[in-house]
Design a protein around this ligand. Sequence first.
Ligand code: FAD
Length: 274
Amino acid sequence: ILLEEGIIFKTNVNVGKDITKKELEKEYDAIVFATGSKKARDLNVKNRDCNGIYFAVDYLTKATKHLLDNTEEISAKYKHVVIVGGGDTGNDCVGTSIRQGCASVVQIEMMPKAPDERLQSNPWPEWPKICKTDYGQEEAIAVFKKDPRIYETTIKECILDEKQNLKQIKTVKVHFNNGKLEEVKGSEQILDCDLLLIAAGFIGVEDDLKKNFKLETSQRNTIVTQLNSYQVKDKYFTAGDCHRGQSLVVWAIHEGKECAKEVDTYLMGYTNME
Ligand SMILES: Cc1cc2nc3c(=O)[nH]c(=O)nc-3n(C[C@H](O)[C@H](O)[C@H](O)COP(=O)(O)OP(=O)(O)OC[C@H]3O[C@@H](n4cnc5c(N)ncnc54)[C@H](O)[C@@H]3O)c2cc1C
């Protein structure tokens, strides 16, 4: 559709090529940062550097590329998989590892389980804060006959074999005490695990981008714009996840369209874009 509309994509020229800030600024009259928010939150646990631990997005991207281009995947086949993080990305990892033929799958989540039904304190038309069972968890229930999620739990340590390969993990129960996360004494457990996937959230824009373009960032590490605007400063604009934080495709499309209008106005002094 965009090609038919007359948009010229320069990606073929620049794919895989580093473009310096100087080159970008010289060649273009406006620059939109739409670089997403895929910088993953890491784990700070003993033996984090061992073999068998991957970030969820790297795992999922390779799984998809493998299906499309038959490139190398990180396979969960016959493996005991533990996923750290109970969100949507974690759910995608549950579904993917089951489809790859894992031996078992557990998804650990720090927060307590949400109620199955709305609480009185959360009436319609508020967004319902209830426990959602997504497709990955449904597949786990169908295959392994149990919900893969363990709540109020975090990972404490990775246990390795003599070749530095991950074999098990030590978990511990946690709870919030006056807003502070505390471990529950004596609640440690050992789980078999030879593939650990980190799906513990995203922490905003990449450091390099921020540093090179001297971008101001918010507390959530998103690019700061002028008030009610997609303009950052001068010829810089931003839209999508790097502007609003990890979100949804519909929001990225909406922000892209609104940002394009502002860029048009910036370049032309007016816009006919709707
Ligand atoms: C695992 C996962 C599952 C998701 N599932 C859903 C879903 O089911 N439904 C939904 O609505 N949303 C989903 N989302 C969220 C959705 O993917 C994002 O909200 C959306 O893609 C944001 O679009 P964007 O254009 O802002 O950023 P992105 O889609 O992240 O695109 C950013 C692009 O910029 C490129 N880039 C980054 N830095 C540079 C650089 N320096 N130079 C050149 N290129 C660069 C990246 O390679 C990437 O291609 C999911 C997200 C994840 C991580």
